[in-house]
Design a protein around this ligand. Structure first.
Ligand code: NAI
Ligand code: MG
Length: 353
């Protein structure tokens, strides 16, 4: 039986997660067990730690985890190892999620709000698969040293092993099979040895196991240009930690508000995925019913598609969000006046339609 653990967290986390919960209840998926646990500051208040052993075990035993957000000024003063953010890091480490999924999708109703021309961005639907636990952010040696001539030198190491490349490659190819069936692998094999190995390993994995998926390669600088010039050419973009950090932010922001952007982190096949909005706990608007719940609801749709084996339900949820936007439903961040609950109502109404 599939199970989904909700970790609402802090600030607007519980507000937006409550709307995802209402969508889930309306879907009434057979054989899906739903549970909830305190997380982050809420867990510190109740149990003294941001992630209890019970909540961690529940996450590891579930099929998918849907998080809200953690943190806020209330817990800014607590010691580092029991901060809300420490709970998030511990959860990600325990779940061994090495692939970060960042979709960039442009809903027609919001295309005119993009910084790109509507005819360039409208209908965009691409998915970044970014390697998350390796590369230059983690490679050794790293440091700042003083040279014999007195100059200082800062250095980091970009490093990838075959197995690190292959496991995130598997994630990208498997997801492409659930989408339009195309993977573009992005590196700088022209100037970096780690990029040469990346291209070789992805090419070999493709030939061995994923011939039915269309594979192309692109240099990261060209990819940046293409994302602005003709972003709709992409389906899945597979890339490393550093390039993925920059390129996924670039693509996501061209589609609109922070309140619309979902994400996921996946580990080995068959292990639970961690789904969450890109945004944080937004203490400035928390408790006022102003938060846009779409990022959480679209994160739920990703969980349905990529972990819970319910792609039809995922399609229904995404179509309902799109239909609500087409009908003019807007929270304040999108220039409208609907409350969090009001936006949830508008999406629920379309889900039933
Ligand atoms: P934030 O994403 O919480 O807020 C940035 C701005 O966007 C704010 O003006 C906020 O009102 C607005 N915003 C965010 N989500 C929105 C939504 N759904 N609807 C409408 N407006 C929205 O980032 P910030 O302010 O840097 O961080 C606040 C707290 O959240 C901090 O404690 C931070 O550590 C935490 N945080 C947690 C994350 C997580 O749990 N994964 C990720 C990012 C930040
Ligand atoms: Mg970033």
């Amino acid at each position: 039986m599939n199970s989904l653990l909700l970790l609402p967290g802090d600030g607007i986390g519980p507000e937006v997660t409550a709307e995802s919960r209402r969508i889930l209840d309306a879907l009434a998926l057979p054989g899906l067990a739903i549970s909830e646990a305190p997380f982050g500051g809420a867990s510190i208040d109740a149990h003294g730690v941001p992630l209890t052993a019970e909540a961690e075990a529940a996450a590891l035993a579930s099929t998918a985890v849907l998080m809200g957000a953690v943190g806020g000024p209330k817990w800014a003063g607590v010691s580092y190892d029991i901060r809300p953010e420490a709970g998030l890091l511990r959860l990600r480490t325990a779940m061994n999620v090495f692939a970060n999924l960042r979709p960039a999708r442009c809903f027609a109703a919001l295309a005119s709000a993009s910084t790109l021309k509507p005819e360039v961005i409208e209908g965009l639907d691409l998915l970044f698969v970014r390697e998350l636990v390796g590369g230059v952010y983690f490679g050794t040696p790293r440091g700042i040293e003083t040279l014999p001539n007195g100059e200082r030198r800062g250095f980091n190491t970009q490093s990838y092993t075959s197995s690190e490349i292959r496991r995130v490659g598997v994630t990208a190819f498997e997801l492409a099979k659930l989408r339009a069936g195309r993977v573009c692998s992005v590196e700088k094999a022209n100037v970096m040895e780690s990029g040469v190995l990346w291209r070789e390993e992805v090419t070999r994995l493709h030939a061995e196991r994923y011939a039915e998926v269309e594979l192309s390669h692109m240099y990261a600088d060209n990819c940046a240009m293409q994302l602005v010039k003709a972003p709709r050419q992409f389906d899945v973009i597979l890339t490393d930690n550093l390039f993925g950090d920059l390129l996924s932010d670039l693509a996501a922001m061209s589609t609109g508000s922070l309140g619309m952007l979902p994400s996921a982190a996946l580990g080995e096949a068959g292990k639970p995925g961690l789904y969450e909005p890109i945004h944080g706990s937004a203490p400035d608007i928390a408790g006022q019913g102003l938060a846009n719940p779409c990022a959480s609801i679209l994160s739920l749709a990703m969980a349905l598609r990529y972990s819970l084996g319910a792609p039809e339900a995922a399609d229904r949820v995404e179509a309902a969000v799109e239909a609500a936007l087409n009908a003019g439903a807007r929270t304040r961040d999108l220039g409208g006046t609907l409350s969090t609950r009001g936006m949830g109502d508008a999406i629920l109404a379309k889900l039933g339609a």
